[in-house]
Design a protein. Structure first.
Length: 363
């Protein structure tokens, strides 16, 4: 074939179109257009741009990579790596929400890692709540065992000084500590530690000796070594009558029409307090002599004819109280409500309140 019949390549390596003298173009590779094509930039994996070929080439079926769509000697610039890295996942129902690293993203819209983190955070918050409750209970227990314990007066046996519905506070350190200073009286030790003896006339809370469970409140009348007896409605200690003075103008009548006498009684040692009496002829107005052994105390209620105390044998009453059973000394009436007030009836909190008895000293 002569030179004038050979097909010639133009400057861009384009094979002449069909209908020229050289005949149709080869079928193995399509002709490459001489005009550059417009490209739509699509997200693609970031890879190093390949160098553009220096001469025109024809694509091979076995080539691992396709040549660029035009034969330009200039390499197409690659998308910046940083821009690709900044792309956020689109919001979807599968839980992969944008801005998963932001704590404000709702938990239901976060990815798996974020949900695990939320569950871990929720667990730690629950554990903090549990620890707070445990520490609060421990602090309350320590205060209750070592310092103060509240009690509610359930009966009239200490009238006219304590009334049913009075809410009192007892000091635990006054007489030291025993197993009864701890809730449920666990047998952790015997006797008392840091103990000190109560004084005659103290108002004391103690465990009832016959069951070591029931809390009682009475006044200390007889100390270890004393002889206590009631003779014709008069208290005698160590053979001497206790002086009492009827308080004039304070006599009242109870619901049965019986005269209630209020008197001031002064114990040996000078402690003076008021008592309440229904007059002579009652069951406990005459008793045998009670000798108080070491380590024990003789207790009486201020409402002398309406009190089950040490004048009644331990099998049915109080009997002599061991020092180990003492819980603490009654210090103050903190609040007071009349009988019938209920925690579940908020109206009674105001209709049954006795503000005149608030913060009354029991010394």
């Amino acid at each position: 074939m002569s030179d004038e019949h050979k097909p010639h390549e133009d400057d861009h390596g384009a094979v002449p179109a069909a209908g020229s003298e050289a005949g149709p173009a080869p079928q193995e590779a399509p002709a490459v257009s001489a005009e550059p094509e417009a490209h739509i930039q699509e997200p693609a994996p970031v890879r190093e741009p390949a160098e553009a070929p220096s001469d025109a080439t024809v694509a091979s079926a076995a080539a691992p990579e396709e040549p660029p769509p035009h034969a330009s000697h200039e390499a197409e610039p690659a998308a910046p790596v940083a821009a690709e890295a900044d792309r956020r996942p689109a919001w979807s129902d599968s839980g992969n929400a944008p801005f998963e690293d932001v704590e404000a993203t709702p938990v239901y819209a976060r990815g798996g890692k974020a949900r695990k983190k939320a569950r871990k955070s929720g667990g730690s918050e629950s554990w903090e709540i549990v620890k707070t409750i445990v520490f609060a209970l421990l602090i309350a227990l320590v205060l209750r065992v070592l310092l103060f314990q509240p009690f509610t007066i359930p009966s009239a046996s200490m009238e006219p000084n304590l009334y049913e519905g009075d809410y009192i506070v007892v000091s635990k350190w006054s007489y030291g500590y025993s197993k009864h200073s701890i809730p449920f009286s666990p047998p952790v030790f015997e006797g008392r530690i840091f103990g000190s003896a109560p004084e005659r006339g103290d108002v004391v809370v103690f465990k009832l000796p016959r069951d070591n469970r029931t809390d009682y409140i009475k006044r200390v009348v007889g100390l270890p070594g004393d002889r206590v007896q009631m003779i014709e409605n008069v208290l005698h200690i160590n053979g001497a009558p206790v002086r009492d003075v009827v308080v004039t103008g304070q006599d009242v009548t109870n619901m049965y029409g019986e005269m209630i006498v209020t008197a001031e009684e002064t114990l040996p040692g000078g402690r003076t307090f008021r008592i309440q009496d229904y007059g002579p002829g009652r069951d406990l107005d005459d008793t045998p002599v009670f000798e108080v052994p070491a380590g024990h105390y003789f207790m009486m209620g201020d409402n002398r004819d309406n009190s089950v105390d040490s004048r009644v044998d331990a099998s049915m009453g109080v009997g002599l109280v061991p020092a180990e059973n003492l819980i603490g000394k009654a210090e103050i009436i903190l609040f007071s409500w009349q009988p019938g007030a209920s925690l579940w009836n908020p109206v009674s909190w105001f209709s049954k309140v006795r503000p005149s008895r608030f913060f009354t000293d029991l010394d």
